[in-house]
Ligand binder design. Structure first.
Ligand SMILES: Nc1ncnc2c1ncn2[C@@H]1O[C@H](COP(=O)(O)OP(=O)(O)OP(=O)(O)O)[C@@H](O)[C@H]1O
Length: 318
């Protein structure tokens, strides 16, 4: 089942701000990065997915359900970690998470058990009876994550989960999110403006800019340069470079690394097929020269490089 679909989703706030402008995406289950600069429309998108805000135009489904009609069901199957601190300082984490578990419909005992379990998953089990007011920022972020997990959701929506954390705290939070997504099999949408962070843990990407879709698809597709292969041999780099040029390839050399251009294709599948042919030709050239092959790979790029070069597009591209 598709995790989230939107069709020409548009949100205009009273006063004339268009926060989302004709957004069309289809995202499969996994750990999905929702990225964009401040004001891009990420929080608006999350609120629409939860049924907290109605769209002005267009439609969306979450776990196959329409938030406009099934917002209660969606909220029972989705956990939401809001961006801002909204925790009562006088309560303990155990009390708060149990209370929110009850609010999501769990019976009293089950809510208490699930709260303990959720707090253990986020590493707060030992501290669960302390008042939240005495917690560090990192611990408060973990309480927000635990309350999102308490009712055993199918999908977690995390709004800027590393906000306010120091580097070690950010690292620990990312590891935790990754573990929840991979070991518990819960799909996660991570809303962030930190590209380096989401690139490491997410399997898919929705990038928005000024309310418009910049790009969506798998993280691998976003970070793979399809038409450039990277080759390294332990010795004989110059001979290999010459041999590849002789075979008609355009090659550039950067120290021990050769970058070999593969003819592009009309679409992703054609580009993949062309890259496979180019890889075969490289392997054949390496074998002919009897060189030790060290690396043969598609070139990767950082998400930040993609957004530095990507022109804002009129229309979605996958
Ligand atoms: N309730 C509102 N009324 C009017 N305009 C709003 C409202 N909420 C958000 N906006 C505007 O809509 C646009 C998108 O805001 P949104 O909060 O969705 O972006 P964001 O990507 O989540 O940004 P941030 O990372 O800063 O939270 C912004 O221009 C914002 O000022």
């Amino acid at each position: 089942m598709t995790l989230i679909t939107t069709s020409a989703l548009t949100k205009r706030y009273p006063g004339g701000v268009t926060a989302l402008d004709g957004l069309t995406v289809a995202v499969d289950p996994g750990i999905v990065a929702l990225v964009g600069a401040n004001g891009a429309g990420k929080s608006t998108f999350i609120k629409i997915l939860l049924g907290l805000l109605p769209p002005t135009d267009g439609s969306t489904t979450v776990l196959g359900l329409d938030p406009a009609e099934k917002s209660a069901e969606i909220r029972s199957r989705v956990g939401y970690m809001p961006e801002h601190d909204c925790l009562p300082p006088e309560q303990s984490a155990a009390e708060l998470v149990t209370h929110l578990g009850r609010m999501s419909g769990l019976p009293r005992t089950a809510a208490r058990e699930r709260a303990s379990e959720a707090l253990r998953h986020v590493g707060l089990y030992e501290e669960r009876y302390r008042q939240i007011g005495g917690y560090s920022t990192g611990m408060k972020q973990r309480v927000k994550l635990a309350q999102a997990l308490v009712h055993d959701p199918d999908l977690l929506l995390l709004d800027e989960p590393t906000n306010g954390l120091d580097p070690a705290g950010r690292e620990a939070m990312l590891e935790l999110i990754h573990r929840i997504g991979t070991e518990f099999g819960i799909s996660i949408v991570v809303c962030s403006h930190l590209l380096g962070e989401v690139e490491r843990i997410c399997t898919a990407l929705i990038a928005i800019d000024g309310g418009r879709l910049l790009r969506s698809g798998t993280m691998a597709a976003a970070t793979t340069v399809r038409d450039v292969l990277v080759v390294e041999v332990d010795e004989g780099t110059a001979e290999l470079e010459a041999a590849l040029r002789e075979r008609g390839f355009s090659v550039t050399r950067d120290a021990r690394t050769l970058l070999v251009n593969s003819p592009g294709g009309a679409d992703e599948a054609a580009a993949d097929a062309a890259a496979d042919d180019t890889a075969d030709a490289i392997v054949a050239a390496v074998a002919d020269l009897e060189l030790p092959l060290h690396r043969l790979d598609r070139q990767r790029r950082r998400l930040s490089e993609l957004f530095a070069t990507e022109p804002a597009r009129e229309k979605a591209s996958v």
